[in-house]
Design a protein around this ligand. Structure first.
Ligand code: ADP
Ligand code: MG
Length: 419
C-alpha cells in the first residue's frame, strides 16, 4: 500500500489521550450456549489495542455483535471483554451501554493505559444496515448521530481497525472521521496491503480459486479481476464450478439442475455465458466431480455427469491434480469459496487438497471468506503460517476485490487529506 493513503498509528502521539478504537470482534457463537466459538477476530484486534495501551492512551473500544433483523447473535459483549482482558493481560471492563450516561461515566473514569469496552453498537438503530439502506447519510451528516454527538466530545482521536466491517456506512465506522483526527489500526493496514498486493501488483501468474455457494459475490469479483487483469486464471469449484460448466453447455442431471434453479442461481447462467465468451481461456472448470453412493464417495468425469446419482458434492481427483499443478506454479493466489461440501468429511478432499496446494505454493497466497477461512483453519495444519495472509473479512473483502470503494476506506482517505 502507498504509505500516504491514510494516517496510521505512527502519525499521532496517544499518551494521556482518549482514543475511540473501533474494532471488529463480531464472532461466531454456539447456537445453544451463545458463547464465542472462534477467537480469530479477537486475536487480530490485539496488536493495535496493546500498542495504544503501551503508549498510555485511554481507550474506548467500540464494537458490534450479531444482527438486529432476527436478533441473531445480538448479545452483550461481556465475554468479548473477558477474552480481550486475558489476551492483553489486563482487565477491560464491559459497560452494557453504547453511548448513554453509564458509557460516558466509564469513559471519564479511564486512566492512561486503561481500556473499556462499551455496549454493542447495534443496540442503536442508526448502526444497523436496515437504517443504512433506507437513510443514507453523508459522513458529515453522521456527526449529528447519537453515537458521535455523545462520544466524540469525550475523545481526542479515532482509530479504526475494523476492515471486515469496511463496507458498512455506519456512524461507528465512518462518522467520527468527520470530527476527530483519525488513523487506521495495524490490522486494517495489513489487510488492505495484502489485498492491494493481489489486486494492484499481483505476481504472475495470478491464480484465483473461486467456489462456494454465494455466486453473486463471486460474480462481482470475476468481472472486476478479469477486466483489470488481476487474474490470469480462475479455477472454479463448488456450485460456481457447476454453474460455469452449465453455462458452457455441459449436461447435468435433472436433480442438479433443479438445485441450481431452486436457489435462484439460474440468473447467473447468462452472465456466465458472457464471461466464457469474452474470457473463456482464463477459466479452468472442474474435469470431474464426487457424489455420494450409499456410504461411499464416487467420482465421475464431467463429460459423463448423467452417470452420477444424486448431487455433485466435491471436485474429483483429476481436477485436484490440475489445480495443484497450477497453484504450484502460481506467483499469487487468491482463494474464496470452498471446492465442495467441506463440512462433510466424505467431500472435504477437494477443498483440503486445493487449499494445501495453495498453502505450499511459493506464490503469495491470500484466503478470505467465512467458510473458506474456516476450511483453511480446520483442514490445513498450521494454516496461519502456511498461507501468506488469512483475511478476517467476508463482505468487505468481496466488495473490495470487485473494485468498489468501501465507505471506510473513502472516509480514511478523506480524513488523511484533512490533517
Ligand atoms: P465463503 O463463506 O468462503 O465466502 P460460501 O459461503 O460462498 O463461501 O460457500 C460455502 C458453502 O458452499 C459451504 O457451506 C459448502 O458446503 C457449500 N458448497 C460448496 N460446494 C458445494 C456443492 N457442490 N453443493 C452444495 N454446496 C456446496
Ligand atoms: Mg459462507
Amino acid at each position: 500500500m502507498r504509505k500516504s493513503l491514510f494516517n496510521t498509528l505512527d502519525d499521532f502521539c496517544y499518551r494521556d489521550k482518549t482514543v475511540i478504537l473501533r474494532v471488529d470482534i463480531n464472532s461466531p457463537l454456539d447456537p445453544v450456549t451463545k458463547t464465542i466459538v472462534n477467537d480469530n477476530r479477537l486475536d487480530k484486534s490485539i496488536p493495535t489495542l496493546k500498542e495504544l495501551l503501551e503508549q498510555g492512551a485511554k481507550i474506548v473500544l467500540l464494537a458490534h455483535q450479531g444482527d438486529t433483523l432476527d436478533y441473531h447473535n445480538l448479545i452483550p459483549l461481556t465475554e468479548h471483554a473477558q477474552k480481550l482482558s486475558k489476551k492483553v493481560g489486563q482487565h477491560i471492563d464491559y459497560i452494557d451501554d453504547a453511548a448513554g450516561p453509564a458509557a460516558e461515566a466509564a469513559v471519564q473514569a479511564l486512566k492512561p493505559g486503561e481500556a473499556v469496552l462499551l455496549g454493542n453498537v447495534r443496540y442503536l438503530t442508526e448502526e444497523v444496515s436496515t437504517f443504512e439502506d433506507s437513510v443514507s447519510l453523508s459522513v458529515s451528516e453522521m456527526a449529528e448521530c447519537y453515537l458521535i454527538r455523545r462520544l466524540a466530545p469525550l475523545a481526542d482521536y479515532y482509530v479504526n481497525d475494523a476492515f471486515s466491517a469496511a463496507h458498512r456506512n455506519a456512524p461507528s465506522m465512518v462518522g467520527f472521521t468527520a470530527v476527530l483526527p483519525t488513523a487506521a489500526g495495524r490490522q486494517l493496514v495489513k489487510e488492505v496491503s495484502a489485498l492491494e498486493k493481489i489486486m494492484k501488483t499481483p505476481a504472475s501468474p495470478a491464480v484465483f480459486v473461486l467456489g462456494g455457494l454465494k455466486i453473486a459475490d463471486a460474480f462481482g469479483m470475476i468481472e472486476g479481476v478479469l477486466k483489470n487483469g488481476s487474474a490470469d486464471s480462475i479455477l472454479t469449484g463448488g456450485v460456481l464450478g457447476i454453474v460455469m460448466l452449465m453455462a458452457g453447455g455441459t449436461e447435468f442431471s435433472r436433480e442438479q439442475t433443479r438445485f441450481v434453479y431452486e436457489r435462484g442461481l439460474g440468473t447467473f447462467l447468462k452472465p456466465a455465458e458472457r464471461y466464457l465468451r469474452d474470457y473463456g481461456d482464463r477459466f479452468v472448470n472442474p474435469k470431474d466431480f464426487a457424489f455420494r453412493d450409499g456410504p461411499m464417495r464416487r467420482e465421475v468425469d464431467s463429460k459423463d455427469l448423467l452417470k452420477a446419482c444424486g448431487l455433485l458434492m466435491d471436485i474429483g481427483e483429476k481436477t485436484i491434480q490440475v489445480y495443484r499443478r497450477m497453484l504450484n506454479e502460481a506467483g499469487s493466489i487468491f482463494i474464496n469459496g470452498p471446492m465442495g461440501v467441506y463440512e462433510d468429511p466424505l467431500f472435504s478432499q477437494g477443498t483440503k487438497e486445493v487449499w494445501k496446494a495453495a498453502a505450499d505454493s511459493s506464490g503469495y497466497s491470500v484466503v478470505g471468506g467465512g467458510d473458506s477461512v474456516n476450511a483453511a483453519v480446520s483442514l490445513v495444519d498450521d494454516a496461519e503460517n502456511r498461507f501468506s495472509y488469512i483475511c478476517t473479512a467476508g463482505g468487505a473483502l468481496v466488495r473490495y476485490l470487485s473494485g468498489m470503494e468501501l465507505p471506510l476506506i473513502k472516509a480514511l482517505k478523506e480524513a488523511y487529506r484533512k490533517v
